[in-house]
Design a binder for this molecule. Structure first.
Ligand code: FES
Length: 150
């Protein structure tokens, strides 16, 4: 039979290890689910939205809120010279889609879109509406006059 002090030591160690494992797993899930979304309230001039390039120093995408459109715009950095601006309105039955990591998902019937607007999962059949984007070294301009339907 094992020494009672040894048994109690093993119990303490295994309990601590279990707590540490559960704690680190829980922390990992918590951190993944706490990915923050940056929202921007832009000024719109001549039907164009301008966003500072600095918004992408720590963000891969931002959500641009505007009352001028039926939904917000998901502005996604593809690389330093390429961005996509997608209307966050599901093409199935016009629910607002949500950014979830590098995808956009529709809470109404489960459609899923890539961060470039392509349908990954239905029932939506058409890609998200995309707006033309102009880039210079300081800012990104979304031209609301130039909706692209690919
Ligand atoms: S409205 Fe988006 S899946 Fe139906």
């Amino acid at each position: 039979m094992a020494d009672p002090s040894r048994r109690s030591f093993i119990k303490t160690i295994s309990g601590s290890t279990l707590a540490l494992c559960c704690g680190s797993t829980g922390l990992s899930v918590l951190l993944n689910s706490c990915t923050s979304i940056k929202y921007i309230q832009p000024i719109i001039k001549n039907n164009k939205i301008t966003v500072s390039i600095n918004e992408f120093a720590e963000n891969k995408f931002v959500v641009v809120n505007t009352e001028q459109l039926p939904s917000s715009i998901y502005l996604n950095k593809i690389n330093d010279s390429s961005y996509s601006a997608l209307l966050m309105l599901c093409t199935h039955k016009n629910c607002s889609v949500n950014p979830t990591g590098s995808f956009l998902t529709c809470p109404c019937h489960g459609s899923q879109f890539s961060n470039k607007g392509k349908v990954l999962r239905g029932p939506a059949e058409e890609r998200l509406t995309e707006y033309q984007v102009l880039i210079n070294e300081k800012q990104i301009t979304i031209d609301l006059n130039q909706a692209i339907k690919l």
